[in-house]
Design a protein around this ligand. Structure first.
Ligand code: ADE
Length: 418
């Protein structure tokens, strides 16, 4: 078995963490037990490009239980948990190509290792596998019949391919399932981003001014959790509807030009590029902390920050100080990469349970139905989404009401009015 990991001796620590995460992932456990019996992915090669975490390990094990021949590679150079890669290789026989801190060249050599597996199904978080396939379709497309995508940024890239009529195979946008983005993006990113900032800096959020850039599902989660910790939260947006929602949720909303002067901590979660840039850096207070929780490390213009800087040094693990010509210091966390995975452990298993249940069931669904699917981006079927919500509620011992016959009839009719 070929693989590329940091250190096989880390495997026992990884196994304990995989088992711990499993205790918080009852829906995935339920699916794993069914997959072991029914083997719906039997004989399929599946290449997954995901953050290599203890939660992802549980997904990979579930897919393997379903009969898939899985290869796992990193979807970000800084998110890999090396003990998890070691355990997957050693205890579960799953090839992993991922090393925390890998450079761009190694990152792409791992992407190509995943493609050399000649997958039937691709599973992406950010669409780097799909992007590589579409650059050399002659070489890599042949075996593939479908794919899945985990995150907002990946879905945006897929819709761009689809819009240009260039998408080569059907892909399920797992991100768009309600049991994914309502929970993972909001509560997962919300909590783990604050966790990453606190682990990196140990600052007190109470009383500080936190600027959240972007008020999508992730931004809503981050803003709400920062407020919960006692921070004064400012939101910046480009979308009038989202900005209005932030106002009515009780946040201050203003352009970044203004917010730059006021913030103690900045968190970008927009999915866009150069959200924090030169004209903002020069306006920031001394000791401003800047971080990113969007998928790619493009939201903070680090190249420009470096250019403007006289001196830079590492002041703590995951904290880089930039001394500007005006003698103000800016602290950049986790190299501007996802702070929740770079400086903490990513989303808690409780939410990844639902995200990865969507992944596992979508892989099963495309296996069953790919012959009737077109080269399009698909939503997770509603019955899968609802079933995951039902299973999650059951695992939490929460019961809900059912419609009476009279209510069901009322909802399906039009006759009864004023
Ligand atoms: N994305 C965000 N958090 C994650 C986690 N814990 N595992 C895998 N992918 C993630």
């Amino acid at each position: 078995m070929k693989y590329d990991i940091k250190n096989a001796r880390l495997a026992p620590a990884g196994k304990s963490r995989i088992e711990w995460a499993s205790t918080q992932m009852p829906v995935l456990e339920f699916i794993r037990k069914r997959f072991s019996k029914e083997r719906p992915l039997k004989g399929l090669r599946l290449s997954a490009c995901l953050h290599v975490t203890c939660e992802t390990a549980n997904l990979a094990i579930t897919l393997k239980s379903g009969g898939a021949n899985v290869v796992l590679v990193a979807s970000n150079p800084l998110s890999t948990q090396d003990d998890i890669s070691a355990s997957l290789v050693k205890h579960f026989g799953i090839p992993v190509f991922a090393i925390r801190g890998e450079n761009r060249k190694t990152y792409y050599s791992h992407i190509y290792a995943a493609l050399d597996h000649h997958p039937h199904i691709t599973m992406d978080d950010g669409a780097d596998l799909v992007s590589a396939i579409h650059k050399e379709p002659g070489k890599y497309k042949k075996s593939i019949f479908a794919g899945t995508e985990e995150t907002t940024t990946g879905v945006v890239r897929l819709r761009s391919l689809e819009g240009q009529g260039r998408l080569l195979y059907p892909i399920v946008a797992v991100n768009d399932a309600d049991t994914k983005h309502f929970f993972d993006n909001r509560y997962g990113t919300g909590q783990s981003t604050i966790d990453g900032i606190i682990r990196a800096t140990n600052i007190l959020l109470a009383g500080s001014v936190v600027v959240v850039c972007g008020y999508g599902w992730c931004g809503r989660g981050v803003a709400s959790r920062a407020r919960g910790m006692g921070a004064k939260v400012i939101v910046t947006e480009v979308d009038p509807l989202r900005a209005l929602e932030a106002v009515m949720d009780g946040f201050q909303v203003m352009p970044m030009d203004q917010a730059a002067r006021q913030g103690d901590v900045f968190i970008t979660v927009t999915g866009n590029t150069s959200v924090l840039r030169k004209e903002h850096f020069v306006k920031m207070k001394d000791r401003a902390i800047i971080s990113n929780s969007g998928h790619f490390d493009v939201e903070i213009d680090i190249r420009h920050l470096k250019k403007m800087t006289k001196k830079t040094r590492r002041v703590r693990e995951n904290v880089q100080e930039f001394m500007l010509p005006n003698h103000k210091r800016i602290f950049l966390l986790a190299e501007g990469r996802l702070v929740n995975l770079g400086a903490a452990e990513g989303h808690p298993a409780t939410v990844m349970d639902m995200s990865f249940a969507n992944q596992a069931l979508s892989a099963e669904w495309v296996t069953q139905f790919h012959e009737s699917l077109e080269r399009k981006v698909y939503r997770v079927p509603e019955d899968i989404d609802k079933e995951i919500a039902r299973l999650k509620l059951r695992s939490m011992d929460v019961n809900i009401d059912v419609l009476t016959t009279q209510q069901a009839k009322y909802l399906s009719g039009w006759e009864v009015g004023t």
